[in-house]
Design a protein around this ligand. Structure first.
Ligand code: GTP
Ligand code: NAG
Ligand code: NAG
Ligand code: NAG
Ligand code: NAG
Ligand code: MG
Length: 371
């Protein structure tokens, strides 16, 4: 190495050190980094790695573009224009350029678009499709919503057992589910992902309802079969008190309404959850009945998670037709556009919402004896 290149290296090195030093904010006289809830605000800039590895995860159709833009507008205005969590869009067919351009224009955050693998959105070989067709007709005659729809059933099965296996979620620890046409009616001025992460919360909801029993006649018997085969499965026996009024003989239909969900992917990726889904999938009710992902997620959350690992986001104003969650605290109203009198919590059908926080703070690890 000659003297000239040593000099050049020295100069470059000094300049680089100054530049890196200044960027790191430790040069003398630089202000301390701005903190948001203890986190360097720089992490919340668009494209920056976030304090929690998390994203909005959206299963959506190309035809939902305008409803999706509406939902994104509110999410961005109420929360994400300040936090810039990325969006992951998933679809059973390829997204159109129009959908991609239309949604990407709504946010400064990263957006990615994925197609669902065929085996996560099709009939497994053990399903008798002729029989499934007969079942759909029978449910139609009973007046069940979406009785005839095959795609609705694939959607529910995908959300029950496969969304968390999509490769675009591999680098994530938490997801926030959104749907087209939903409304977010209050400012969210903190990071719910970080809130959950710091408190060890694995599942967050806004509204919990009773399910239509005609869509799930054999779901609870299938769950009981599974529990009988895996007596160590239940970590939270008190959760049974939320799911059943008769000690586990029948299911009362209580479920977290899954069109809003903020969840820890570790919960769904666990061996226990996968074994549970596999058992339900084999039982055939996603196609012979119309099992929803909401009761499927909720039964697992109630029994596998502890009470304190499931959180009611009472403060998040949220509307998905026809139900609203609106904070009751008068002090919250200044930052909301919802009517607290219309909140689902005032309705019998949504009584499961506050029944979860009313559970005893039971923390026992043990086996289900009454189910
Ligand atoms: N890609 C794709 N997404 C779907 C399909 N069916 C439903 N979805 C999405 O899955 C989510 C749930 O479907 P919805 O039709 O909203 O079902 P729902 O919320 O039970 O019923 P609604 O009262 O109609 O909203 C939404 O985000 C839809 O965009 C489908 O066939 N393909
Ligand atoms: C956003 O995308 C860029 C470029 O692909 C990537 O380097 C970055 O890690 C992404 N940020 C987040 C938060 O996903
Ligand atoms: C499939 O269902 C149809 C209609 O219920 C029935 O006739 C047929 O025997 C079933 N096939 C098999 C292989 O079980
Ligand atoms: C409840 O469980 C948590 C962890 O899941 C533990 O830290 C706590 O000590 C337990 N409380 C009781 C009363 O067992
Ligand atoms: C739960 O059941 C399993 C198998 O039956 C048993 O080994 C285990 O000790 C039981 N646990 C408790 C806490 O009773
Ligand atoms: Mg919907």
């Amino acid at each position: 190495m000659n003297r000239g290149s040593v000099l050049v290296n020295l100069v470059v090195g000094v300049l680089l050190a100054l530049f890196v030093g200044r960027r790191a904010g430790d040069a003398p006289g630089d202000p301390a980094p701005e903190l948001v809830d203890g986190v360097d605000a720089a992490a919340y800039r668009p494209g920056a790695p976030k304090p929690v590895r998390a994203a909005f995860v959206v299963l959506v159709r190309n035809s939902d573009l305008h409803g999706m833009k509406q939902a994104m507008r509110q999410i961005e205005d109420r929360f994400n224009s300040r936090f810039n969590y990325p969006y992951v869009f998933l679809n059973d067919v390829d997204f159109t350029d129009e959908f991609k351009a239309g949604t990407a224009a709504m946010t400064r955050a990263n957006v990615t678009y994925g197609t669902i693998p065929r085996e996560h959105w099709s009939y497994p070989p053990w399903i008798n499709q002729t029989y499934a067709g007969e079942c759909r007709q029978r449910m139609h005659q009973q007046g069940v919503f979406y009785a005839l729809s095959e795609s609705y059933r694939h959607m529910c099965r995908f959300n029950s057992g496969f969304f968390f296996r999509h490769p675009l979620l591999d680098d994530l620890d938490y997801y926030w589910r959104i749907e087209p046409d939903v409304q977010y009616s209050c400012d969210i001025d903190y990071d719910p992902f970080l809130f959950m992460h710091r408190r060890g919360i694995k599942y967050g909801y806004t509204i919990a309802l009773h399910e239509y029993p005609e869509t799930i006649p054999t779901l609870w018997p299938a769950v009981r079969d599974f529990l009988a085969q895996h007596p160590g499965f239940v970590r939270h026996p008190a959760g049974l008190g939320w799911l059943s009024r008769d000690g586990g003989a029948t299911y009362n239909g209580c479920h977290f309404w899954s069109n809003f969900e903020i969840g820890a992917l570790s919960f769904f990726r666990s061996d226990e959850y996968r074994a549970y889904f596999e058992h339900l999938d084999r039982a055939g009710g996603f196609f012979y009945e119309r099992w929803g992902d909401a009761p499927v997620h909720s039964i697992a959350a109630a029994l596998l998670l502890q009470k304190h690992e499931v959180h009611w986001f009472e403060d998040i104003g949220y509307y998905h037709n026809p139900w609203l969650n609106c904070p009751q605290d008068p002090a919250a109203q200044a930052r909301c556009h919802c009517d607290p009198a219309k909140s689902a919590v005032h309705h019998y059908w949504a009584s499961c919402t506050h029944e979860w926080p009313s559970l005893p703070p039971a923390n026992v690890t043990g086996n289900v004896t009454s189910a």
